[in-house]
Design a protein around this ligand. Structure first.
Ligand SMILES: CC(C)(COP(=O)(O)OP(=O)(O)OC[C@H]1O[C@@H](n2cnc3c(N)ncnc32)[C@H](O)[C@@H]1OP(=O)(O)O)[C@@H](O)C(=O)NCCC(=O)NCCS
Length: 214
């Protein structure tokens, strides 16, 4: 998939480039304590300093293969975060997963919420995907707000689903399908028409998430 540039007056989302490595390394190292608790890791591999160039190479390969869409968030010409669409499948599933981060200094300005809406609109209405999924650790209050603000629908608790910061972690999963947002997600959000309550998590799932599986 060729990497698009998506523009909004307050944010540009563009494809990641090898030459972003320096800015990404700077952001990742300056905001280590902020990002580390939420970082996906690989089981059986000891945590090592991230190799940003290798990670960008992997993302670009996934983009070339059509299974990923790695984007960076740019505000006022500065790289403020990353939004990565992975596991893109077409055909009878036509679905993908979203992950994201912003630097601590850029947090709270709505960048991620807007970026998720922009990227999902692009994949639904220009690339024909049908479903977008976001999975979030129960402890990640800020990220839970992102999906709630956009009207993602809660789909359930997946136990010990993704390896995060060195261990398997439970996740709450949320999704949107194209027919829920026919006029576009950015438009619906900006016009204040997002239905409330769709991302609400049933008390039973909170109770389960507070109790270890084994
Ligand atoms: C989760 C995250 C991407 C949200 O990005 P963002 O651009 O700040 O998103 P928004 O501006 O829309 O804010 C979302 C929520 O973050 C919280 N928030 C706002 N300012 C904040 C700040 N300075 N510090 C921490 N959290 C803040 C609020 O709960 C906000 O919800 P609200 O708008 O209803 O008040 C960001 O907090 C982050 O990068 N965290 C570390 C990495 C991470 O958790 N990635 C996601 C893994 S699923």
């Amino acid at each position: 998939m060729s990497l698009p540039t998506l523009r909004h007056p307050s944010l540009v989302l563009r494809g990641v480039r090898m030459r972003d490595a320096k800015d990404m390394e700077k952001a990742l190292s300056q905001h280590r304590a902020w990002l580390e608790p939420w970082e996906a890791t690989t089981p059986l591999i000891r945590l090592a300093p991230a190799d940003t160039k290798a990670s960008i190479r992997g993302l670009l390969k996934a983009a070339k293969d059509g299974t990923g869409l790695p984007l960076v968030m740019i505000s006022e010409r500065q790289l403020v975060g990353q939004l990565n669409v992975s596991q893109i499948t077409y055909g009878s599933l036509s679905s993908a997963n979203l992950g994201y981060w912003v630097t601590e200094s850029a947090a709270g300005q709505g960048f991620t919420t807007l970026a998720v809406a922009m990227a999902t609109d692009y994949l639904f209405f220009e690339k024909g995907l049908h479903r977008m999924e976001v999975c979030i650790r129960p402890e990640n209050t800020a990220s839970l707000r992102v999906v709630a603000k956009l009207g993602f629908r809660y789909e359930g608790l997946r136990r010990r689903y993704i390896h995060i910061n060195g261990k398997w972690a439970d996740h709450f999963c949320f999704a949107l399908v194209q027919e829920e947002v026919r006029g576009g997600i950015v438009k619906r959000f900006e016009e204040g028409r997002v239905p409330g309550g769709l991302a609400a998590i049933p008390e039973l799932d909170w109770v389960k998430a507070r109790n270890p599986l084994a």
